[in-house]
Ligand binder design. Structure first.
Ligand code: B12
Ligand code: SF4
Length: 525
């Protein structure tokens, strides 16, 4: 049977990396079946095109995965496929919590032939077998243990995802208009992929707004170090073979949740030379450990995603995240920046103690720290979270099923101390100020003592990052952005060119790129 795994586009713009679940389920599919992957964020297709594609390819089963924010879109795609007689199974965090909605048991239309609850690793093959025999059940879920809890996959062994041979072309991040020019610049510049890798699942912290503790559980399961190192080495070999740039996103919710285990993993990566540039999510409270931060730098860590949420400790307490202390944020970012690691800092507006002006107060603080990539969202009650239950009890939910009429940056409940409209204005202010040409220039200049490649990385990341959250896909949008940011771009280009000329005149050994992009010094600048 031919199976299509489809990820609907998120309605904003493209994701910067593919979703792991597709590769994982593909790897867990019995060999006799063929699996095709399409990510709507990377390869835009109308519903009609998708249906024709499935018919032409004789697809027997479509698997759709979705977060809450794109579930309405996922349902529409599923409806079109089912109308054309194609079987659909849906999985992921949203339908796990709202299975009845997907199955039309709440009075609305039915969208899926079957739903997959929780982690599907151990029963995905059963779904395929039942689909092949035309015996799909409504609901699939993990087996239960003696206490009636889901039996979670141990992750040891972990499926072999054949990164070395997978067709990743739809996921190259270099915009088409720049590919040929960049390819001429040097080895591997025409292609760039960010590949998701997990090293463990679960989080014990239970922040009020988060689905992770409920979904993956509060005890953590880790993969074996050797297995992760082997996966990284295969990716590194591919990057070398194809002369492409590959970076890794460790998608664990908190890579350092067990510091001892992370240190041992990083030491194993360093010993095996399994070093690729990587990004990981780590909470601020775990980044005070100097040895750990040194190891992160030595093992290739370039960016750390930190859920900072708010600069107001009262807000942090209100969402059960008081373990993360705003007073520590500056120190954490400085410690990282000393090692040339920068942070993607995530903030939430519309929290219970937020008042008008919160964006300005927050951004002012952010601007006094080491530069990074701030991200701003709003407090969102995802189904089955403690936050959803609390707001429902308090009668504060304005749109109980906000996902069915998803609107970016429009809150589903009224914040305590401002209106929904004000929360939106605050969020827009924070984004536009933080990624203005003025701020981009300041961010690059604030690290002028750093080697050239870190400043280029800071600027390029800033230009791209805004595009993850706001549409920035067309040639005109890009040209406008480049023109607005011409000052730092031309400054860095000039510096790079003059270094390049010097290197060409009096060659002192090593490759041109090694000499232009100074090798980072030990002891850090
Ligand atoms: C990586 C990640 C991202 C990446 C992008 C996603 C990507 N390309 O991978 C980034 C950083 C960009 C991101 C952004 C956001 N994210 Co995010 N992200 C994650 C994260 C950390 C890992 C996802 C992952 O790969 N997990 C590991 C895989 C193996 O698990 P899985 O996807 O759940 O898949 C398993 C099962 O669900 C099931 N399954 C899944 N799909 C399907 C489909 C079928 C057919 C079947 C049978 C089974 C199945 O089988 C899989 C194997 O067991 C999760 C948290 C988490 N631990 O999952 C949050 C998470 C998915 N994100 C979340 C959110 C809210 C967001 C944002 C909206 C945050 C924000 N306010 O901006 C944005 C949205 C961005 C956008 N434009 O869409 C929420 C979603 C909650 C919900 N109910 O929807 C999560 C769960 C985190 C949380 N705090 O609650 N995210
Ligand atoms: S927000 Fe992060 S730390 Fe808090 S429960 Fe979710 S995954 Fe864990």
């Amino acid at each position: 049977m031919k199976i299509l795994l489809y990820n609907p586009d998120n309605g904003v713009t493209r994701n910067f990396m593919p979703h792991l679940w597709m590769f994982l389920l593909q790897a867990l599919t019995p060999e006799k079946h063929e699996v095709i992957l399409i990510d709507g964020n990377a390869k835009a297709m109308t519903r009609e095109e998708l249906v024709s594609f499935c018919k032409e390819e004789n697809i027997g089963l479509v698997g759709i995965g979705s977060m809450t924010r794109m579930v309405a879109r996922a349902y529409r795609v599923a409806d079109s496929l089912r109308e054309a007689g194609i079987k659909v199974v849906m999985g992921g965090p949203h339908v796990t919590e709202c299975a009845d909605e997907a199955l039309g048991r709440e009075g609305g239309p039915r969208h899926a032939d079957a739903v997959a609850l929780g982690e599907a690793d151990e029963y995905w093959a059963d779904i395929i077998e039942d689909a092949e025999n035309d015996e799909l059940k409504d609901i699939y879920q993990p087996q239960f243990d003696d206490k009636g809890n889901d039996k979670k996959p141990s992750l040891q062994p972990y499926p072999h995802i054949p990164w070395e041979t997978l067709d990743l072309d739809q996921f190259s991040l270099v915009p088409k208009m720049f590919r040929s020019t960049l390819a001429k610049l040097g080895k591997g510049w025409g292609k760039f992929f960010v590949v998701p890798i997990e090293t463990g699942r679960g989080c014990p912290y239970g922040c009020e707004f988060c689905t992770v503790t409920g979904f993956f559980g509060d005890s953590i399961r880790f993969r074996a170090n050797e297995d992760i190192v082997e996966e990284l080495l295969r990716l590194k070999a591919r990057a070398r073979r194809e002369k492409g740039q590959i970076a890794v996103f460790f998608i664990d919710d908190n890579l350092a949740i067990n510091k001892k285990r992370l240190k041992s993993l990083l030491k194993d990566m360093i010993a095996a030379g399994a070093i690729l540039p990587w990004v990981a999510q780590i909470s601020a409270n775990l980044l005070a450990d100097e040895e750990l931060v040194d190891l992160i730098a030595d093992a290739g860590g370039k960016w750390v995603f930190i859920g900072m949420e708010s600069i107001d400790p009262e807000n942090m307490a209100s969402v059960n995240k008081q373990f993360s202390k705003p007073a520590d944020y500056k120190g954490v970012l400085d410690r990282l920046a000393e090692r040339n690691i920068f942070a993607i800092t995530s903030f939430i507006f519309g929290m219970d103690n937020d008042t008008k002006g919160v964006a300005e107060r927050t951004v002012e603080q952010i601007e006094s720290w080491a530069p990074g990539l701030p991200v701003f969202g709003q407090l969102t009650p995802f189904p089955a979270t403690p936050l959803y239950t609390r707001l429902e009890k308090e009668g504060r939910l304005k749109r109980k099923k906000h996902w069915l009429d998803f609107a970016p940056f429009v809150m589903a409940h009224t914040p305590n101390k401002m209106t929904i409209k004000e929360a939106r204005t605050e969020t827009n202010y924070a984004w536009s100020r933080s990624y203005s040409p003025k701020r981009n220039l300041e961010a690059v200049e604030s690290i002028k003592e750093k080697p050239l490649q870190f400043r280029i990385s800071m600027l390029v990341s800033r230009l791209f990052f805004h595009g993850i959250y706001f549409p920035q896909m067309g040639r005109r949008a890009w040209l406008k952005l480049l023109s607005q940011n011409r000052k730092p771009i031309s400054g860095l280009l000039k510096e790079g060119l003059s270094k390049w000329r010097k290197v060409r005149k009096g060659d002192s050994g090593g490759s041109v790129s090694e000499q232009v992009f100074d090798k980072p010094k030990k002891g850090y600048s």
